[in-house]
Design a binder for this molecule. Structure first.
Ligand code: ADP
Length: 153
């Protein structure tokens, strides 16, 4: 079974992430969307909210699983029989950042990172821009799947 892990913070999931996951399931038998838990990071949405947004967005898609994890991504992959890490690339800054991580992960394991280039129509979207739009009462709904709902924030 060809299994890929799509790790990230997903604070919140955006149309950019959605596009990468949708295209990822054409390449793999299963895509595990993995929300990394980082105690030092401040998030806008709780872990439960972030997980629910993703699960709801893909509730019709049996090939997608959503999990949370702590620690090194490669350790999670080894423990869960995952051979590929899936990542999205938007621009040269993403490439430089991702290159260092992918090289490190290859040094630590045999896990290959597979990169998908962002779709042109979602290339500008990042979770941090979405959070900024939300904080300033803008229409965030054009940037995220319909499952992302902002409560009293
Ligand atoms: P991280 O905290 O690891 O950067 P993110 O949730 O921001 O987590 O992103 C997870 C993955 O999704 C990364 O590979 C990132 O490059 C990719 N990604 C984010 N936004 C987009 C987008 N608009 N198009 C394509 N890939 C994206």
């Amino acid at each position: 079974m060809k299994r890929a892990l799509f790790p990230g913070s997903f604070d919140p999931i955006t149309n950019g992430h959605y596009d990468i996951i949708k295209r990822g399931i054409k390449l793999f038998d299963e895509v595990i969307v993995a929300i990394g838990i980082n105690a030092d990071k401040k998030y806008m949405f709780s872990l439960e909210e972030r997980k629910t947004f993703i699960e709801e967005a893909f509730k019709e898609e049996p090939k997608i699983k959503v999990v949370t994890y702590k620690g090194l991504t490669v350790d999670f992959c080894k423990e869960n029989d995952v051979d590929f890490i899936l990542r999205g690339l938007r621009n040269p800054a993403d490439f430089e950042f991702e290159k260092a991580i992918a090289h490190t992960n290859r040094k630590l394991s045999k896990i290959e990172t597979v990169f998908l280039l962002t779709a042109a129509k979602t290339s500008f979207i990042s979770s941090s821009i979405v959070r900024d739009v939300i904080r300033n009462n803008g229409d965030y709904t054009v940037l995220v799947p319909g499952s992302v709902v902002v409560g009293s924030k």
